[in-house]
Design a protein. Structure first.
Length: 232
C-alpha cells in the first residue's frame, strides 16, 4: 500500500503550471452493508407462512486506493519509491500535456468515483502521477479513453528543443487495455512517458517524469501494472 509521506510537484506545458493533488494518506472508500431485522411475529389469526428471506443488494464496486499503482509495481522498472499522496476528488492535473485540466473537468463531474496518486522516488526529478475514474458504462469509459489519447497526441509534435511524446504503443493484458507513449526531452533523450489505460468502465492516465533507464520501454511495464490494479 501507500506511505503517508506527502509529495507536491507542479507540471508545466509551455510555461504553464498545474497543481498536483494534495490530500495526504491513502483514503479508502468504505461500503456499508445494511441489516434488515425480521418483522415481529404475532398471532394474526392467519395461517402461518414461512418468512421471506431478505433480498441482498450487492454494493456497487467503487474506486479505492487499491486501484491505483502500488509500491511493489515499481521495482521491476528500476524505481525506488519514497512516498505517495492520494486523493479521491479527481482534481489532480491529468498530465504535463493537459495544462490545468483534471479528470473531474474532463468528465464534467459525471464519473461515479475518482482516485489520484502522486509518487515520489529516491532519484532526483522523478515523479509519477496517476488519475483514474469510474465511468457509468464501458461505452462512456471508451469515449473518455479516446479523449485522453487525443490529448496525449496533441503533444507529439512540438517546437525544436521542447520535450515531446513519442509514438503510441498498444498494450493488452487480461485485465484491460491501454496505449503508452515514451517521452523525450528537448535534446531527444528518454525522459519518462505516459499511458492511457482502461479496464471495463474504469479508465485513466498515468505519467512518469524521469528516466529509470535508457530504454523507454519501461512505460509498458508501468502501464500493465496500472491496468491490472484498475481492474481489482
Amino acid at each position: 500500500m501507500f506511505d503517508n509521506q506527502a509529495a507536491s510537484k507542479k507540471f508545466s506545458r509551455r510555461g504553464r503550471t498545474a497543481g498536483v493533488a494534495a490530500s495526504i494518506g491513502a483514503a479508502l472508500l468504505a461500503v456499508g452493508i445494511g441489516a434488515h431485522p425480521a418483522a415481529a411475529g404475532g398471532d394474526t389469526g392467519l395461517p402461518n407462512r414461512p418468512a421471506a428471506a431478505p433480498t441482498a443488494t450487492p454494493a456497487e464496486p467503487r474506486l479505492g486506493a487499491d486501484n491505483l499503482i502500488q509500491r511493489d509495481d515499481f521495482f521491476q522498472q528500476g524505481l525506488s519509491p519514497v512516498g505517495a499522496t492520494v486523493d479521491m476528488t479527481g482534481k489532480q492535473a491529468l498530465s504535463a500535456c493537459s495544462g490545468e485540466e483534471t479528470m473531474r473537468m474532463l468528465t464534467k463531474g459525471k464519473a461515479g468515483a475518482y482516485a489520484d496518486v502522486t509518487w515520489t522516488f529516491d532519484t532526483k526529478d522523478t515523479l509519477l502521477t496517476e488519475s483514474v475514474a469510474d465511468g457509468s458504462t464501458d461505452t462512456s469509459a471508451a469515449s473518455y479513453e479516446k479523449q485522453l489519447n487525443e490529448l496525449v497526441r496533441s503533444c507529439q509534435v512540438e517546437p525544436a528543443g521542447h520535450w515531446y511524446y513519442g509514438k503510441g504503443h498498444t498494450i493488452t493484458v487480461k485485465a484491460g487495455e491501454g496505449r503508452w507513449y515514451p517521452a523525450f526531452s528537448g535534446d531527444g533523450g528518454a525522459a519518462g512517458g505516459v499511458a492511457v489505460i482502461r479496464s471495463g468502465h474504469r479508465f485513466g492516465i498515468v505519467e512518469l517524469s524521469g528516466q529509470p533507464s535508457d530504454d523507454p520501454g519501461y512505460m509498458e511495464g508501468i502501464a500493465a501494472a496500472a491496468i491490472n490494479r484498475l481492474a481489482d
